[in-house]
Design a protein around this ligand. Structure first.
Ligand code: ZN
Length: 275
C-alpha cells in the first residue's frame, strides 16, 4: 500500500507533468465503486470543466484543488495514476479517466479496487480526522509527546492510526521502530523520554529517506507501487528490517523475527527491540 513517501512521489510527478492549470474537460468512470458518496454519472457531471489549481498531499490522500471543488484520492492497496498523451484503449484495471484540456488523459488503474475518489466542496469533510503531518514543521518533539499522552495502546497500532500521525503505514512504522530500538507491541506508557525522542527522530528519518528514494516498490508485478512515470521506487533496497525476517539484523546480527501486530506482518529485531 502506498504510504507517505509513495504518495508524495506521485504528487510531485503529477505536478512535474504540468497538470496544474489544465481543465478537466470530461471524465469516464468504469467502476462505480471507485467513486465515493455519488454515482459515476454525478461525478462526471460535477467535475467537468473544472480547472486543476493545485495538487498536493494530506496523509495518504492526493489532493487536487479544483476551481469549485476538491478531489481527494486514496490509493489504498493498488491504485495508481498514469498519463497518456493521447486517447488510448481502456486498460482492464482502469477505473476512472480524466480527459484534460491539453489533450492528455489522466488514467487511474486499481487492480484490487479498494481505492476511493471523493469529489467534495469542503475537503475537511474527508480529512478532518487526519492527524499531524510528520514532515511538516508542526511535527515537533513536543507535539509528538502530546499525541503519545492521548493513548496507551501498543506503539505500532498507534503509529498506524491516521488520526495521530498521518501517512505512516506498515513499512515505515516497522522501519521507524527498528531505528528507535522499540519493540512494536510496547505500550506507550512504558516508553521512556529517550525512546520517545528516538522514535520522533526515526519517523522523520525513515520518511525523508523514503521520499528521497522515490518510494518503496516491493514486487515487480503491475499491482505493486510504481510512480506515475512508471519508475519503481529505490527504497526497498534501503530497508533495514521490513521483510528481512530470517536475515541478520544490520545492527547486531541477531536474526530478524516476524509476528502479527494489528493484523499486519511485523518485522523486528528481538535483541535491539526488547519487550
Ligand atoms: Zn538487532
Amino acid at each position: 500500500m502506498p504510504e507517505l513517501p509513495e504518495v508524495e512521489t506521485i504528487v510531485r510527478e503529477l505536478r512535474e507533468a504540468d497538470l496544474i492549470g489544465l481543465k478537466v474537460e470530461k471524465a469516464s468512470v468504469f467502476w462505480e465503486r471507485s467513486i465515493a458518496h455519488q454515482s459515476g454519472a454525478a461525478f462526471c457531471k460535477r467535475i467537468a470543466n473544472q480547472e486543476i489549481l493545485d495538487i498536493s498531499r494530506r496523509g495518504k490522500f492526493l489532493v487536487f484543488s479544483l476551481k469549485q471543488d476538491t478531489l481527494l484520492v486514496h490509493l489504498r492497496m493498488t491504485g495508481k495514476f498514469l498519463i497518456d498523451k493521447e486517447d488510448s484503449l481502456v486498460h482492464g484495471h482502469e477505473r476512472v479517466r480524466l480527459y484534460l484540456s491539453d489533450g492528455s488523459i489522466l488514467r487511474y488503474e486499481d487492480q484490487r479496487k479498494f481505492g476511493k475518489w471523493y469529489l467534495v466542496g469542503d475537503p475537511e469533510q474527508v480529512l478532518k480526522r487526519i492527524g499531524i503531518e510528520p514532515l511538516s514543521k508542526d511535527f515537533t518533539l513536543t507535539a509528538f509527546k502530546d499525541l503519545l499522552k492521548r493513548s496507551n495502546r501498543q506503539i505500532k497500532p498507534f503509529l498506524l492510526d491516521q488520526g495521530f500521525v498521518a501517512g505512516l503505514g506498515n513499512i515505515y512504522v516497522d522501519e521507524a521502530l527498528w531505528q528507535a530500538e522499540i519493540h512494536p507491541v510496547r505500550t506507550i506508557q512504558t516508553l521512556n523520554e529517550k525512546e520517545k525522542n528516538a522514535l520522533h527522530k526515526a519517523i522523520i528519518k525513515v520518511l525523508k529517506a523514503g521520499v528521497k528514494n522515490i518510494g518503496t516498490s516491493l514486487g515487480s508485478a503491475r499491482a505493486n507501487y510504481f510512480s506515475v512515470s512508471g519508475r519503481r521506487g529505490n527504497n526497498q533496497q534501503k530497508l533495514k528490517v521490513f521483510r528481512r525476517d530470517g536475515l541478520p539484523c544490520l545492527r547486531c546480527q541477531t536474526t530478524i523475527c516476524k509476528m502479527v501486530v494489528a493484523q499486519r506482518g511485523t518485522h523486528f529485531c528481538p535483541s535491539c527491540q526488547k519487550l
